[in-house]
Design a protein around this ligand. Structure first.
Ligand code: DHK
Length: 142
């Protein structure tokens, strides 16, 4: 049976492709979703794709994933560095979590070097651009 993977995206990622393309590239979030769905089909993974600029909505999706999903791929964006609430929600999820960052956060400002989500994630991908999301799918296909 196909595994269900939630792909959750945090604030400002709706502007992907327009926002600081020198850092985040010129693909849109719709491009990311389309490519993930295509690769997901090949890997027999079903994808639930979501973006929000609101912390509570991301937490609600993590709670929804608890009942249905076999994995979470999350780019919490700026909430990576601030949100104990998202960490707490992920700690209620019993399957694997992969944290993705488009940019190499370790090469950037020091406030981006700490991640609350990394305390929970089985794997962290940073600096591969949007390819990182599809690499995370390969992890779940193994
Ligand atoms: C995206 C953001 O919006 C930033 O706040 C993070 C992350 C990095 C990314 O690289 O995908 O610091």
């Amino acid at each position: 049976m196909s595994k269900l993977i939630y792909v959750l995206n945090g604030p400002n990622l709706n502007l992907l492709g327009k926002r600081q393309p020198e850092i985040y590239g010129d693909e849109t979030l719709q491009d990311v979703e389309d490519k993930m769905r295509q690769r997901g089909t090949e890997l027999d993974l079903t994808i639930e794709f979501f973006q929000s600029n609101h912390e509570g909505e991301i937490i609600d999706q993590i709670h929804a994933a608890r009942d249905h999903a076999q994995g979470i791929i999350i780019n919490p964006a700026a909430y990576t560095h601030t949100s104990v609430a998202i960490l707490d929600a992920l700690n209620t999820f019993e399957s694997a979590v992969v944290e993705v960052h488009i940019s190499n956060v370790h090469k950037r400002e020091s406030f981006r070097h700490h991640s609350y989500v990394s305390l929970r994630a089985e794997a962290v991908i940073a600096g591969m651009g949007t390819l990182g999301y599809r690499v995370a799918l390969e992890y779940f296909a193994q």
